[in-house]
Write a protein that binds this ligand. Structure first.
Ligand SMILES: Cc1ncc(COP(=O)(O)O)c(C=O)c1O
Length: 429
């Protein structure tokens, strides 16, 4: 386990008197000025951007619900209604049966946390029903799955069995089957996983889950609001959702390719009864009953309104348009990178939006290329296995792709002629 150092906070003081918004706005704009220019497509991750109109919808909806609190279900029926409609749209998109349910969460990490907590709770209930002493349970996941599973398991006092993936970067279902033991609470597949952007064989994992009577969580945090629309556009995207009988839960982030304000994800369950395991209800204090179905208490309503507005604004047609821009840009990027003879796109490449590329010759150090791109103002994602540059395409990159590729070719030449060597720095978080 890494042991990251805590960030030392600046010892600032609350000012004795207030400052005008005009001055504060200037200060905030100045603070942003030294960031990477994300609106100019300089970020390989983190920011999803189509155009000013879509951003205005996401922002305006956010501000309309800026003060409301998602904790107050009775106080804000509007928030509950919007949330329920967002969940409903997603359940339909992911072919969920009528028995299905879900919750709106603050992000992929919280959605995954809920899935893991539910799995632990189901397992504990089964152990109790069998009269077995409560044993520490585990989840069996591919090595490529997101660290949020480990974060959840760590917090919930569970074990994680990370199983090596196949040479094609996809989950090794046979090896996962071998890793399952009597304390396994859930298996996991990604649709797709973050390091390589490829889909795990969810259909096979679904068969395994049915055979072993185990829960299967599909992490579609990245792919959930892109893959269905690429499929509608005719691309060959594997099945990954509730249409597969073994899929018991699925996470999908609206704040990624759903294009809403950040703080918007969904955890969806095949059955409402499963969702019930998330609920925390308490009344042993002077204020009476308190209950939540996700991790947070007070909850921003802005992301709910933003997600609702963006989903209705775009509709299937808008998301399909985004999907086709992403696909076209990804294909062009793959071709552009491969046309630089010293580089190669790692195969198999992502079915979705990722491009992973590395050096194909010993005299071009890919980390030095990454450093050079960084100096040119591109925020670079770096992969460790293999050592490679990691890029997640979204429409913000379409207009700047040629510039990116030109800078990349220049960097490769520079690294080669100057014999530059870089350091693998994966602190992209
Ligand atoms: C596949 C996958 N799952 C989960 C997450 C976690 O999402 P978040 O950062 O919204 O918590 C990510 C984030 O990139 C991801 O790529």
């Amino acid at each position: 386990m890494l042991d990251p150092k805590p960030v030392t906070p600046a010892r600032t003081q609350l000012p004795a008197t207030g400052t005008s918004w005009k001055d504060l706005e200037v200060a905030l704009q100045e603070a942003k000025a030294s960031d990477y220019q994300w609106k100019e497509g300089r970020m390989a991750l983190y920011v999803y951007w189509l155009d000013e109109q879509l951003a205005a919808v996401a922002k305006e909806a956010s501000s309309l619900f800026f003060m409301e609190n998602g904790l107050g279900r009775k106080a804000f029926p509007s928030v509950q209604k919007l949330e329920s409609e967002v969940i409903g749209m997603a359940l339909s998109l992911f072919h969920a049966p009528p028995s299905a349910g879900g919750s709106f969460t603050s992000g992929g990490t919280e959605s995954i946390f809920q899935a893991v907590k539910t799995a632990r709770s189901v397992k504990r209930a089964a152990q109790a029903a069998q009269g077995v002493d409560r044993a520490r349970c585990n989840i069996v996941i591919p090595r490529t799955a997101h660290p949020a599973f480990d974060k959840a398991a760590y917090t919930l006092d569970m074990d994680v069995i990370r199983v090596p993936v196949l040479a094609n970067f996809r989950a090794d279902v046979a090896a996962m089957a071998d890793a399952i033991d009597s304390n396994t609470a859930m298996i996991v597949g990604s649709a797709p996983g973050y390091p390589y952007g490829v889909f795990d064989p969810i259909a096979e994992l679904s068969d395994l889950a049915v055979e072993k009577k185990l829960l299967l969580h599909v992490d579609a945090c990245v792919g959930g609001f892109l893959a269905p629309f690429m499929k509608m556009n005719g691309s060959s995207i594997p099945n990954f959702d509730f249409a597969l009988p073994g899929v018991s839960s699925l996470s999908a982030d609206i704040h990624k390719y759903g294009f809403s304000a950040k703080g918007a994800s969904l955890i969806l369950y095949r059955d409402q009864a499963l969702k019930q395991h998330q609920v925390f209800a308490f009344d042993d204090w002077p204020r009476g009953a308190y209950s939540t179905e996700t991790f947070l208490g007070t909850r921003a309503a802005s992301p709910v309104a933003s997600a609702w507005a963006v989903m209705n604004y775009l509709g299937k047609e808008g998301y399909q348009k985004i999907a086709s821009i992403v696909e076209e840009t990804q294909q062009k990027m793959i071709a552009g990178v491969n046309s630089i003879s010293e580089l190669e796109v790692v195969q198999p490449h992502s079915e979705l939006s990722f491009v992973l590329y590395r050096s194909r010759c010993s005299d071009v150090d890919i980390n030095a290329v990454a450093d050079c791109m960084d100096e040119k103002g591109w925020f670079v994602g770096r992969n460790v296995e293999p050592v490679a540059i990691h890029f997640m395409v979204n429409p913000v990159h379409a207009p700047v792709l040629e510039r990116y590729l030109a800078d990349l070719a220049e960097c490769v030449t520079l690294v080669k002629t100057e014999k530059l060597v870089g350091v693998l720095d994966t602190t992209t978080y």
